[in-house]
Design a protein around this ligand. Structure first.
Ligand SMILES: [Ca+2]
Ligand SMILES: [Ca+2]
Length: 338
């Protein structure tokens, strides 16, 4: 559903005349981030800001976040993406305008391990419409708050290249995080004066909206919320009037959610959004980011860090060994008493 301000204002005027308290839409609100909200419409009007803003939620690879401009320890990264199951290279990766050739930018190894806080070359370029699916040494689980974070390489707070973020347990069925873009006009190409500039407060869950060295957090619990919301707001394949999600997004999450175990996530997939407006967010609205760009087009993945990781069950062999050790210790103690 495309929500233009003009239509909303018209509907609001008609609606408010007999029910002033009810919003037009059933809100879907960020669980872990500050936002601004319009009660009349039931829509978020502004998400949290970029690095340096009061509302920045970017996470450093060290786990610290900025509070009043000062890094404060808040998260512990248990691990980093250590492998990948697929890399579907998007279009337009030539390396033109960089000192590296195209082969450097398509090396998935650049996106594994701890992300850089300063080397903008230490990234995997997805290319326009490209995607990569990363794997981990231990599954990601749904713990308190953010469970993992995605790092990009933007040089500043406004040149943002977006991607959708999806997760999977089995590597076949993926569920995409609800993502929103509130802007309504193209931002242009980075090769034109003033082009490619975006506003982080317009974006939610779009890969990373933070500059290099700051990760965008993801909370697996939000997928359950989005699934339950979708069950309530998809009616015979159509979005109900009060739904902020599009029918397409809700159909996709309902189809795939049954295959997902939020306490056993083995795959994180990033898919570049071609920012010309043809790709739609979870509300069915256009997403705009710098387009066209040359050389290293699309999302530049610096890394994915795991905050909440499954603690491995001890193997049967390990249990057997510790059992034998205990018996041995007991028999020694018994012998010594004699
Ligand atoms: Ca969580
Ligand atoms: Ca790029």
């Amino acid at each position: 559903m495309k929500k233009t301000t003009a239509t909303c204002a018209f509907i609001a005027a008609a609606f408010v005349s007999y029910n002033a308290s009810a919003a037009l839409y059933d809100a879907f609100l960020p669980a872990n981030e500050p936002y601004s909200y319009d009660e009349t419409f039931g829509l978020v009007t502004k998400f949290c800001g970029g690095v340096g803003s009061d509302t920045c939620m970017g996470i450093r690879p060290s786990g610290s976040v900025l509070e009043n401009g000062t890094p404060v320890p808040k998260y512990n990264f248990a691990g980093w993406a250590s492998g990948y199951s697929s890399y579907e290279q998007g279009t337009g990766i030539t390396g033109d305008g960089t000192e590296q050739g195209a082969n450097h930018w398509t090396n998935v190894g650049n996106a594994l391990g701890k992300p850089t806080t300063s080397d903008t070359n230490d990234v995997l370029v997805l290319g326009d419409g490209g995607s990569v699916t990363l794997t981990f040494d231990a599954p990601i689980v749904n713990g308190t708050g953010y469970d993992f974070a995605v790092f990009e390489n933007s040089l500043n707070d406004t040149f943002l290249e977006f991607a959708t973020v999806s997760v999977s347990t089995n590597g076949i069925h993926f569920v995409t995080f609800p993502h929103f873009y509130l802007g309504t006009t193209p931002v242009g190409s980075d090769s034109t004066e003033g082009g490619g500039v975006n506003d982080p407060t317009l974006a939610y869950n779009l890969g990373s909206k933070y500059r290099i060295g700051y990760g965008n957090g993801y909370d697996l619990a939000e997928l359950e919320s989005a699934y339950l919301y979708s069950l309530d707001h998809l009616d015979n394949g159509e979005a109900t009037e009060t739904s902020v999600f599009s029918a397409a997004y809700m159909s996709s999450i309902i189809e795939n959610y049954a295959y997902i175990d939020l306490d056993n996530i083995n795959y994180v997939k990033l898919t570049d959004i071609i920012g010309d407006g043809n790709t739609l967010d979870s509300a069915g609205n256009s997403i705009y980011d710098a387009y066209p760009t040359t050389g290293t087009p699309g999302f530049d993945l610096s890394g994915v860090g795991v905050i909440n990781q499954q603690i491995p069950e001890p193997s049967e062999f390990a249990i057997l060994l510790s059992g034998m050790a205990a018996i041995f210790a007991y028999s020694r103690r018994s012998r010594n008493k004699k």
